[in-house]
Design a binder for this molecule. Structure first.
Ligand code: NAI
Length: 296
């Protein structure tokens, strides 16, 4: 199956942590990339951040100056979804909420061309359910990247019940063309990675609540001795507690309240406090200038 043509237009809806990473990877691969966000300035900030990353890559000798300039010029903010009409692929990376995602795709369906593929970066919501109210649910597929997108190779290409196999295959080939290692997955709660990751976070949170060890200790054990790339607390801070808590809730709900997936009160309290992790400067650790990552 063929990947999308290199210079075709890709729209990314949601310009937060994931959307900006997806936009960077798509622009690097040669696509014209349109970024949209309902939050004022979010898309502009994302584009400025991506261009700054390209500059750093040039300084480190990992990208040629001309490549960086060309990729940077392929990124454009759009002020309304209506401007996404030329897209061959739309990747959604907005808030992890079924109703909001459904409303977005419903609107997109009336804007994009018939052959445009609609992809969701959802971490945990049923792809089948997101697609269910569409006129053409067969063109919606999960394209689940991992954080940080430019560094993480894995992409889960998730098929809902109605997803056309050819659509999934095109997205798979496109992810490969973007330098990723895609895998096919079916729309089950949490798909592959987030399903297996739930107990990793849940047991770590229980350990912390039982005062078995500080986050830094538990992180060090799992990272330095357990072979995980990141410990659970630093990883949750990177993901964002709002996002991770939503994922836990949706896997828990999808399994009809199976106690194995019960969300943690501690996660909920972090969300209540607005201590969302790196993106707000505070989670289990503090971030930003002068912060030496002391434990909360
Ligand atoms: P984020 O909070 O960093 O960014 C979300 C962005 O979407 C925000 O800028 C927000 O203003 C915007 N937004 C919200 N509703 C919108 C709408 N209706 N239209 C346009 N823009 C809208 O969140 P993040 O972390 O980028 O997550 C986005 C999606 O990616 C979620 O579905 C999440 O579950 C998924 N995901 C997150 C990962 C992570 O590690 N953070 C990993 C893989 C997937």
């Amino acid at each position: 199956m063929q990947a999308l043509e290199k210079d075709s237009v890709v729209a990314v809806v949601g310009s937060g942590a994931m959307g900006s990473g997806i936009a960077q990877v798509a622009a690097s691969a040669g696509h014209q990339v349109l970024l949209f966000d309902t939050r004022l300035d979010a898309a502009d900030k994302a584009i400025a951040g991506i261009r700054a990353t390209y500059t750093k890559l040039v300084e480190k000798g990992r990208m040629r100056q001309e490549e960086a300039a060309a990729a940077g010029a392929r990124l454009r903010r759009i002020g309304s979804l209506q401007e996404a009409g030329q897209a061959r692929l739309v990747v959604e990376a907005i808030v992890e909420n079924l109703d909001v995602k459904r409303a977005l795709f419903g609107e997109l369906e009336s804007i994009v061309a018939e052959d445009c593929i609609l992809a969701t970066n959802t971490s945990s919501i049923s792809v089948t359910a997101i697609a269910a109210q569409l006129r053409r649910p067969e063109r919606l597929v999960g394209m689940h990247f991992f954080n940080p997108v430019p560094l993480m190779a894995l992409v889960e290409v998730v098929e809902g019940i109605a997803t056309d196999k050819a659509v999934a295959d095109t997205v798979y080939a496109t992810a490969e063309a973007w330098g990723k290692n895609p895998v096919h997955a079916k729309s089950t709660p949490g798909f592959i990675v987030n399903r297996v990751a739930r107990p990793y976070y849940a047991e770590s949170l229980r350990l912390l609540l039982e005062q078995a060890g500080e986050p830094a200790t538990i992180d060090a054990v799992l990272r330095d001795c357990g072979g995980f790339r990141m410990g659970p607390f630093e990883l949750m801070d990177l993901i964002g507690h709002d996002v991770n808590f939503s994922v836990t809730n949706s896997v828990y709900d999808a399994y009809f309240g199976d106690p194995r997936f019960t969300p943690s009160i501690l996660q909920q309290e972090l969300v209540n406090a607005g201590f969302l992790g790196r993106k707000t400067g505070r989670g289990f650790y503090r971030y930003g200038e002068g912060a030496e990552k002391p434990v909360v």
